[in-house]
Design a protein around this ligand. Structure first.
Ligand code: GLY
Length: 550
């Protein structure tokens, strides 16, 4: 069954079962600053699940474009290493908004898989949440699956869209590709190898998780499901390698031809194919290439693809912009946005390739030469830092290459050097003494930096030398705001810097740190004053923001 038919069969089945077909939403979540990208079919329905959007819709079905790169669901680093991970993929889904619940969701899934897709029952395994006796009973009694083909898992069977939002226990269906492949039936916290592959996730949406991590009941129990088109297509085309399906094989052939290799099994071809798809779809949905939030993830994806093209052929040039034409032509019927935005897609890729190619070649040459003399299995932080600092060669590239060669990178040393550099750049003046040791503010800061580089915010707290105060005049302070676009220092990424102003005062934001749910802005008040509860305008200095990694 070709992939178009697989997609259509799913949609038609659920239309037959009373669902309305809903078009895929954009990869950029609309009105949702908590999320980097649309990472599941349910995202466009989030407010319906939460009860804040009223609708007559009770059942829906869709094939949703998704990106899983950065944020909670991140597969970027897996691409190339497995046969099934993608940064861009399509998620088929059926949804119930306070209509059917566990029983019908499970029955629909079983009927679709075994009757429409004609998958032999004995190839299917299921998982349920350890406390979800009802789902287990339905699988046993209604479906008749045997007890030894049900795994009971805990956290692995609890699905959340992000740190906050709708969530609930889930029941997953796995396909057994047979004893030719290595792997074990689903177990808590275990990758099940290449043999047992998860194909369909039925999420029983029951809760909303808030910023403080507490969960409350949703107004109506609902159903959210997800089935990766690429995986189910692979299965129905008799392979467990998504890259061998009609969704990828022709693309991989084109890439190999363009780069000049006959080895179609080279994992770098998978990386380029996957990353080319995500880049084209992100550009089509209006994401530009840059150094902030989504734009930076897009840049990382493109550069990772370019490094893999270099790996196959160091002379390869403008590969992505040239390959984009074929991809757009192949997919334009299903995704008209690609041809509508084809000029932007091609010119953006071309510009990024032009800018990055010299850095890439220079950096790779130095790194490869250094690796020839490497003793031990660790790349020094010095080398990684020198490559970044002197040649602009991103740490991402060094890390990716290191992983490929089973080497590690001394990140601690790299971070120390980065910190020293920031120390010099910011004329560091002992911010640590400004940071409060505890914060007695109930409301947490809402981070909106995936969407915005500026915001109108209110001051929730002012600290001087670690003590809470009511006002701030010229000098150094720490401010907490109700919402902020400023990214806080974490895991190697430096905190944002910028400015703030209000009717009475202005100042610079010298650094951003995080304690618990609070974003702490190190402020130098340069003019006037600020008081607790003041409304202020915050703006990130995007020029100064350095290229970081997550
Ligand atoms: N929303 C269900 C899933 O992503 O698996």
């Amino acid at each position: 069954m070709n992939s178009k038919k697989v997609r259509q069969t799913f949609i038609d089945f659920f239309i037959k079962k009373g669902h309305k077909e809903v078009a895929s939403s954009s990869l950029v979540p609309i009105n949702d600053s908590t999320l980097l990208f649309t990472n599941a079919g349910m995202i466009q329905f989030k407010d319906i699940f939460l009860g804040s959007e009223k609708t007559n819709l009770s059942r829906a079905t869709s094939s949703q474009k998704c990106i899983r790169a950065g944020g909670k669901h991140n597969d970027l680093e897996n691409v190339g290493y497995t046969l099934r991970h993608h940064t861009f993929f399509e998620m088929l889904g059926n949804f119930s908004f306070g209509d059917y619940f566990k029983e019908e969701a499970i029955e629909f899934a079983w009927e679709l898989l075994t009757k429409e897709y004609k998958i032999p029952e004995e190839k299917l395994w299921v998982t349920v949440h350890i406390n979800d006796k009802e789902s287990e009973r339905i699988w046993l009694e209604k479906i008749g699956i045997s007890k030894d083909r049900i795994s009971r898992l805990d956290e692995d069977n609890f699905w959340s869209m992000g740190d906050t939002g709708p969530c609930g226990p889930c029941s997953e269906i796995f396909y057994d590709h047979g004893s030719d492949f290595e792997g074990v039936p689903p177990e808590e916290g275990q990758e099940s190898g290449d043999r047992y592959i998860e194909i369909y996730n039925l999420v029983f949406m029951q809760f909303e998780r808030n910023q403080d991590g507490k969960m409350k009941d949703l107004p109506k129990p609902s159903v959210d499901t997800g089935m990766g088109l690429e995986r189910i297509t692979a299965l129905l085309q008799g392979t467990n390698d998504n890259y061998k399906t009609d969704l990828f094989a022709p693309l991989i052939k084109n890439i190999a031809k363009k780069i000049g290799t006959n080895d179609l099994t080279d994992p770098s071809l998978r990386v380029i194919a996957d990353h080319l798809r995500s880049s084209c779809f992100l550009l089509a949905d209006g994401v530009s290439i840059g150094n902030e939030g989504r734009s930076y993830v897009l840049r990382r994806i493109i550069r990772r693809a370019l490094r893999h093209a270099y790996k196959i052929n160091p002379e390869a040039d403008s590969i992505l912009s040239q390959l984009a034409n074929g991809l757009i032509a192949d997919l334009k019927d299903t995704f008209p946005e690609l041809s509508k935005q084809s000029e932007i897609i091609k010119s953006s890729l071309e510009e990024e390739e032009r800018q990055f190619i010299i850095t890439l070649r220079q950096g790779m040459k130095i790194l490869e030469d250094e690796l020839l003399n490497l003793s031990g299995d660790e790349i020094s932080g010095d080398l990684a830092f020198m490559l970044y600092d002197t040649y602009g060669f991103p740490l991402d590239m060094t890390l990716d290459l290191a992983r490929e060669k089973s080497l590690s990178v001394d990140l601690k040393q790299y971070e120390t050097l980065m910190e020293d550099q920031r120390f010099r750049a910011k004329k560091y003046s002992g911010f640590d003494s400004l940071i409060p040791s505890s914060i007695n503010i109930q409301k947490s800061s809402n981070f909106i930096g995936y969407e915005e580089v500026s915001s109108e915010s209110s001051i929730l707290g002012i600290f001087q030398n670690g003590e809470e105060v009511e006002n701030a005049q010229e000098g150094n302070f720490v401010f907490i705001f109700d919402k902020t676009p400023f990214y806080a220092e974490s895991g190697g990424q430096v905190g944002d810097i910028g400015s703030l102003r209000s009717a009475q005062g202005s100042g610079d934001i010298l650094d951003t740190k995080k304690i618990g749910d609070h974003f702490l802005h190190v402020i130098e008040v340069t003019k006037g004053f600020f008081s607790n509860q003041d409304k202020v305008f915050l703006e990130i200095d995007t020029e100064q923001k350095k290229e970081n990694y997550f």
